[in-house]
Design a protein around this ligand. Structure first.
Ligand code: ADP
Ligand code: MG
Length: 677
């Protein structure tokens, strides 16, 4: 059998199972080998019955005391009960709905049993439906696969074994031999065999190390290549005149040290003759917009146009207002272009952009999709980078002749991690908040506090301040969740009937959203009931309270972003998390939030709680998923891998040598995936 053989032709797989495998994105024999176990049953560590841990899977070796007895339970359930002993301890076993158990387990014979032990109400030890096998036929460590109803883990195990037993040749290695040996890695063939069927713990570790190395190595190789592709580009958009001092005079405030540093780093890029490719990372409220504005101003002073792209219309609209304010009296023209710009106006803006009469276009995706032409596009800024993939970045660049690119992200990640992950970008960090920021007090309360919360909000409105109330869902709630629309109705007719309320959610028309947002920003509304649409970027300094309902439904970073909507003005602000959730993970999230407002600390905690896979989101970075590698845990390996990838590219920048073909194919896949989005 060959690796590229259709999954259907694997022994034990017919059309029906093939269909089930397709659902798991397993289409070939090779893909099945890459479908790794999610855990293992360790049958090699035998625990005495007396020392069995509770509720943790373990393995015991014991003799069956008596043939399992059949017990009929009302409702037709079939139960078998027996007990086993290892000479010292006694354990009751229960099996459900398996009529063969009576024949399979023989009195007086010894078996290995694998399962979780509990205690019944009389204090006796019990195990329900344990797996069992004869000691002599035992496989020490058995794989457990992520399974579905159509494909139980035992079926997957059999199919994997069938593939491994019928391969024509060893699995070809993708790593060049010298790199493999230098890093003391086993062959890919061994690694794949052992990740499924490890003879022992050490072999499993070896296999994991090898496969993790591969994942990280490909990631680094791809990122480094991307970086070098952009670095070897030349651009005509070269900044000659530094306009920063002049820009500073336009600002109503003094830039923080961090902002100034970021502007200088980016300006240096823009002078270099190569297109800038920079990530600007800064916590909520750190003032990323002003940094972008400084660069837009510099570009304009040097005869170049800029595009600022935001992920939502609400945000685009806000940026439009902000930039127009910054550039008042400079003679620079700013235009807003979104999906809901009227056609006639769109036409006018497009003509003016093509003629070079507009210095800055602010917009959403519309900026890319429409047939927008620039006369001389020199700078592209994308805000809140985690909403855009690598692909969009590329298509924006294509609008100009290698323009400079600044990507702004509010997702703070540890600096070293950022450098490695965003290997294709240079990074500037705003690690300082503007002075005079009010602290945000954070509280976590149960839903019984609602009346007090409403009074609290009302007192703030009395003083001329505003509030957000955030709900997790728009429509029909599940369980006791609060649908935003219904909640809005209830509040406007109930406790807040004397106040001006607005509703904002993702299902509304862009025009309606804009109008509500504009009204809230202008102080024409007291309370904004909203879903997570306000998560990113929204800047209304007069809002001093944010209440987050069903807070357990939000991730840590998301809660942090939401909280960042307040604490932007002169008033002390408050964030109230409302939740009745008892689970440990949610409680831990709330604890972290109440304890700190430092985005970097929160990002660290988030990584620890959720793992990097979720943290970055699979689709967001446009990079291959890491199956075994864990960026936090494997940092040491990352450093080694990074060096190995750099060395390799120094020898063979385009990976054209025959022994690097396999690697090149893999990284090419990465690029084409990125451009498809
Ligand atoms: P974010 O980094 O979250 O995008 P913004 O750019 O929206 O932050 O800035 C948040 C607020 O801080 C804005 O109201 C902005 O005018 C203000 N701001 C930015 N930089 C400074 C500064 N150096 N001093 C005082 N206020 C600032
Ligand atoms: Mg912002």
């Amino acid at each position: 059998m060959q690796l590229k053989a259709d999954i259907q032709y694997v022994k034990g797989v017919g059309p029906a199972r093939a269909e089930a495998f397709h659902k798991l994105s397993v289409d070939t024999a090779g893909a099945l080998l890459r479908y790794y176990p999610r855990a293992y049953e360790d049958w090699s560590q035998i625990v005495p019955i007396r020392e069995m841990p509770e509720n943790t899977p373990c393995c015991i070796r014991a003799t069956v005391c008596h043939t399992p007895e059949k017990i009929r339970v009302p409702g037709g359930l079939l139960l078998f009960k027996t007990s086993v002993t290892d000479g010292e301890g006694l354990l009751n076993l229960t099996f459900f709905n398996n009529k063969y158990i009576g024949k399979m387990l023989k009195e007086g014979e010894e078996y290995l049993f694998f399962g979780k032990a509990t205690r019944n109400r009389y204090g006796a030890r019990e195990m329900a439906s344990p797996l069992f096998q004869k000691p002599q036929s035992a496989n020490a460590i058995r794989p457990i696969y992520p399974s579905t109803a159509a494909l139980p883990t035992k079926t997957i195990e059999k199919c994997v074994r069938a593939v491994l037993d019928s391969l024509d040749a060893p699995i070809p290695d993708i790593l060049p031999e010298d790199i493999r040996l230098k890093n003391k890695l086993c062959t890919l063939d061994t690694a794949i065999r052992h990740i499924h069927f490890p003879p022992d713990e050490a072999a499993l570790e070896e296999a994991r190390r090898r496969l993790i190395f591969d994942e990280l190595f490909l990631l680094q190789l791809g990122l480094l290549q991307m970086k070098s592709r952009t670095q070897t580009l030349k651009t005509d958009c070269v900044v000659q005149t530094d306009a920063f001092p002049e820009f500073c005079k336009l600002l109503p405030f003094t830039m923080t040290g961090a902002q100034q540093r970021a502007v200088k780093e980016a300006t240096a890029d823009m002078r270099s003759g190569e297109p800038m490719n920079r990530l600007l990372q800064g916590d909520v409220g750190s003032g990323k917009t002003a940094v972008a504005a400084a660069l837009v101003f510099t570009a304009a002073k040097n005869g170049m146009q800029s595009a600022v792209m935001a992920p939502t219309e609400v945000l685009a609209e806000q940026h439009y207002r902000t930039f127009r304010n910054f550039f008042k009296g400079t003679g620079f023209e700013v235009a807003l272009l979104t999906g809901s710009t009227p056609t006639a106006q769109k036409r006018k803006i497009k003509a003016a952009l093509a003629a070079g009469e507009i210095q800055l276009a602010v917009g959403t995706h519309a900026l890319l999709q429409e047939d927008v032409e620039f006369s001389r596009l020199g700078l592209v800024v994308t805000d809140e980078q985690h909403r855009f993939g690598v692909a969009q970045r590329a298509s924006l660049s294509a609008k100009g002749d290698n323009p400079h690119i600044l990507v702004m992200s509010a997702t703070p990640i540890p600096r070293t991690l950022g450098l490695i992950l965003y290997g294709d970008l240079n990074v500037s960090v705003l690690d300082e908040l503007p002075p005079g920021r009010q602290t945000i007090e954070t509280y976590c309360v149960g839903s019984s506090y609602h009346q007090r919360i409403y009074k609290f909000i009302d007192k703030h409105i009395e003083r001329g301040l505003q509030a957000y109330i955030v709900c997790p869902l728009v429509e029909e709630g599940e369980g006791n969740l609060i649908p935003a629309e219904e909640y809005y109705e209830t509040l406007s007719k109930g406790v807040f009937r004397h106040r001006r309320l607005g509703l904002l959610h993702g299902r509304m028309k862009p025009k309606e959203k804009d109008e509500v947002m504009r009204a809230f920003a202008a102080g024409e509304l007291d309370i904004l009931v909203a879903t997570v649409v306000i998560e990113v970027g929204v800047d209304v300094p007069n809002a001093a309270v944010i209440v987050i309902e069903n807070a357990e439904r939000f991730g840590l970073s998301q809660l942090h972003q939401l909280r960042g909507r307040v604490g932007r003005g002169k008033e002390k602000s408050t964030c109230i998390l409302v939740s009745d959730a008892q689970n440990e993970e949610a409680t831990e999230r709330f604890r972290v939030l109440c304890e700190t407002t430092d985005g970097f600390k929160i990002a660290d905690a988030d990584l620890k709680l959720r793992g990097p896979g979720d943290f970055f989101g699979k689709r967001q970075h446009g990079l291959p998923a890491l199956h075994l590698a864990d960026i936090l845990r494997d940092t040491e390996m990352l450093v080694t891998v990074r060096r190995a990838a750099e060395d390799l590219l120094k020898q063979d920048p385009a990976l054209t040598a025959p022994e690097h073909t396999a690697l090149r194919k893999q990284t090419d896949k990465m690029f084409s995936a990125a451009s498809v989005g």
